[in-house]
Design a binder for this molecule. Structure first.
Ligand SMILES: Nc1ncnc2c1ncn2[C@@H]1O[C@H](COP(=O)(O)OP(=O)(O)OP(=O)(O)O)[C@@H](O)[C@H]1O
Ligand SMILES: [Mg+2]
Length: 338
C-alpha cells in the first residue's frame, strides 16, 4: 500500500492504492489548490514548511492510512535521454551507465542522482543494441523534496520523473502512443512503447499561458479569463469564437511541439510513429482541446482515465469522474511497486 503525491504549480494531488489480487484498489484520494512557491524555487525552511503544511492537511482530510510515499519530480527539473549500448546483461548495463553517465548528463556526476531503465533490446538494428533510459536530477533538489515529505510526517520510498508515473498510469501494452500532461506551467510530452517511457520533453507553455492569452485577447482580468477558458475553451460556437481565437496561436504552438516530438522520435530514434495521443492534466479538460488536437495532429486524441484500471467503488467513481485527468500522475506514483 502506498501513497502517490504530485506537487504541481496549481494544486497538490494525492492517491492511495492497495494491491488486491492482480490489480489495485483505490483507498483514498484528494486534491488541494496550492498558491505558494513550488519546491523548485522554495529553498528556506519556512517556504518548505508551507508546502508540507498543505500536504499534512490533505493527508488528514483524505484519511490516508499508509505513510509510504512515492513522489514525482517535475519533468522540467529532470534530465533524461535514451542511450544506446551493445547487447549486454543487466548488470553490465548498470556498470556501463555508471562509467559513462558523465558524458551524457549536464550536471556534475557527484551532484546528481541517477536512475536507469532498460527500455528495449533490439536485434533488428545492426549491430544489435540495448536502449536504456537514463534520468538524472540534482541531489540538492531531490533532498528538498525529501525534506518536504519528512516534514509532512510521511516516509519517502521512491522519487521519479512525472512522465514515468504518467506512463505507468495510462500507457497501453503492445502499442506506441504519445501521452501528454497538460498542466498549468508546463506541457510534458512522453512517448511510450509497450508501456515503457521511451521519449520525454517538457515545454514551458500550458494552462497559465492559455489564460494570459484569453486575458490579453479579450481585454479582461485574469480571473475572468480563467473562467472563460474553462467554460468556452476552443469552441468556435461559444461567445462568437472569441475565446477560441485568442487561444489559437498559443494552442498551435503546443501542438507543433507535439509534432516535432513525433518527427524526432521517428527520424532520430528510427522508431515507429505513435498511433494515438492520450491527454492528462487539468488543461486536458478544456472544451474541445482533444478534438482540436485530433485535427491538428491528424491522429486520434483522447483524454485518459487513470482510474479505469483500478478497482473503485461506484460512489468514488462518480465523485471523481469530472476530475480524473488531474489525478493521472498521483495514480501512477501509487502504483509503483519497487
Ligand atoms: N475545465 C478546464 N478547462 C481548461 N483548463 C482547465 C480546466 N480545469 C483546469 N484547467 C487548467 O488546468 C491547469 C491546472 O492543471 P493541473 O492541476 O494538472 O496543473 P499542475 O499540475 O498544478 O501544474 P504543473 O503540472 O504545470 O506544475 C490550470 O491551468 C487550469 O486553468
Ligand atoms: Mg502537473
Amino acid at each position: 500500500m502506498s501513497v502517490g503525491i504530485d506537487i504541481g504549480n496549481k494544486s497538490i494531488k494525492l492517491v492511495e492504492t492497495e494491491k488486491d489480487g492482480n490489480s489495485f484498489k483505490l483507498k483514498a484520494s484528494g486534491i488541494v489548490s496550492y498558491k505558494g512557491l513550488s519546491p523548485e524555487v522554495a529553498k528556506e525552511g519556512k517556504e518548505l514548511s508551507e508546502i508540507s503544511g498543505v500536504i499534512k492537511k490533505l493527508v488528514k482530510e483524505a484519511k490516508v492510512s499508509s505513510k509510504d510515499t512515492v513522489l514525482s519530480l517535475p519533468e522540467s527539473q529532470v534530465f533524461s535521454r535514451v542511450v544506446k549500448f551493445p547487447l549486454l546483461t543487466d548488470s553490465e548495463i548498470a556498470s556501463a551507465v555508471k562509467w559513462e553517465a558523465e558524458q551524457y548528463i549536464p550536471i556534475p556526476i557527484n551532484e546528481a542522482i541517477l536512475q536507469h531503465q532498460v527500455i528495449e533490446k533490439r536485434e533488428d538494428t545492426s549491430p544489435p543494441q540495448t536502449y536504456v533510459l537514463l534520468v538524472a536530477a540534482s541531489k540538492e533538489l531531490v533532498g528538498r523534496y525529501a525534506k518536504i515529505i519528512e516534514m509532512s510526517g510521511l516516509k519517502l520510498t521512491a522519487i521519479e520523473p512525472e512522465l514515468m508515473s504518467l506512463v505507468r498510469a495510462l500507457a497501453p501494452e503492445n502499442q506506441t502512443v504519445m501521452i501528454v500532461d497538460f498542466g498549468a506551467r508546463s506541457t510534458d510530452i512522453a512517448i511510450s512503447k509497450n508501456a515503457m517511457l521511451t521519449f520525454s520533453r517538457s515545454i514551458p507553455t500550458a494552462g497559465d499561458a492559455f489564460t494570459r492569452s484569453v486575458s490579453q485577447g479579450l481585454g479582461i482580468e485574469l480571473q475572468q479569463a480563467e473562467e472563460y477558458k474553462k467554460t468556452y475553451g476552443l469552441s468556435a460556437q461559444k461567445l462568437e469564437g472569441k475565446v477560441k481565437t485568442s487561444l489559437d496561436t498559443v494552442f498551435r504552438m503546443v501542438s507543433d511541439e507535439m509534432k516535432k516530438a513525433i518527427h524526432f522520435y521517428i527520424n532520430d530514434e528510427k522508431s515507429e510513429s505513435p498511433k494515438s495521443v492520450i491527454l492528462a492534466g487539468g488543461t486536458s479538460m478544456m472544451p474541445e482541446a482533444a478534438s482540436t488536437l485530433t485535427n491538428l495532429l491528424g491522429m486520434e486524441v483522447v483524454v485518459g482515465n487513470p482510474f479505469s484500471k483500478l478497482k473503485i467503488s461506484p460512489e468514488a467513481a462518480k465523485s471523481l469522474s469530472g476530475y480524473a485527468p488531474l489525478y493521472s500522475i498521483a495514480v501512477g506514483l501509487s502504483l509503483r511497486e519497487e
